[in-house]
Design a protein around this ligand. Sequence first.
Ligand code: PHE
Length: 347
Amino acid sequence: MSDLDSIVGQAREQFAAIGDAAQLEEAKARFLGKSGQVTELLKGLAKLPVEERKARGEAINRVKNAIEAALADRREALADARMQQKLAAEALDVTLPGRSAQRGGLHPVMRTQRRVEQIFRSIGFDIAEGPEIETDWFNFTALNSPENHPARSMQDTFYVDARDSAGKQLLLRTHTSPMQVRYASLHAAKHRGHETMAPIKVIAPGRTYRVDSDATHSPMFHQVEGLWIDEDISFADLKGVFLNFMRAFFEDDNIVARFRPSYFPFTEPSAEIDIAFSSGPMKGRWLEVSGSGQVHPNVVRNFGLDPERHIGFAFGSGLERLTMLRYGIGDLRLFYEGDLRFLRQFN
Ligand code: PHE
């Protein structure tokens, strides 16, 4: 029977040398396939004398079983090895610190804007947004600054290469004041024909543009416009609203305000509003924070209202300025350099 033993030995040896499943199946065929060695041996049984057949047959079957067992072992070993390889390739180091998503944050000027909106919403003001590309009418003419008015040269304007339906060149709004006219005239139109009009109470924050650039001026900056028009709104209301705004904004009930006579074509009388802190590093210094005034009768007319009946105030404040005062920032350019070391401090 040594021929049979040697077949098992050969099979084991060949199987052991094989590293992949497909080759293993080929090797199996050499022994157990249609013309494999074991199959040939079984075919040979027919030629044996009957009395030898049984013993020889049993011996061949043992060989067949032994080869099948060796095959199964090798298959399992290869499958194990493949699994180990896969695990190693896909290994996760669960002890590594996580890589969390980077969290964005609000720009400090935007934080100021939200804060201002929150304060004014709490006293019943609407919040309005308007276009940054404006017409000559809304930015100047409707605001009582006609074509040759000297006030137009106070603001160096970015003009756009396009014209409005009146043939006037479009421009980047130089202030948020055009929103007074846009908002109030819509509001007035809605109430036309009614006995009374609900008061106009609105703030309009947003981007504004002027040809100007230094430590305290940026060609793009932010303002917030305020407007309150009703039948009996006076300078006293402006003073009360604005002082409360400042006290809420800076969380300081000891802030004082003063009104300094000034000039704007769209308000009469006009005033610059200065505030002073009574403690902290800015203590006792008057700081200009807003232009303001009683809305000019011509402008009230451009709202579509009767200046004999409707009266009120407007103000316009720089949001960068408020942000710089609140956080003690000395250079406005820091806002627009995009340096994360600066910006992260506010989040
Ligand atoms: N629009 C003015 C400016 O940009 C500010 C202002 C607004 C003044 C409203 C009076 C009333 O300087």
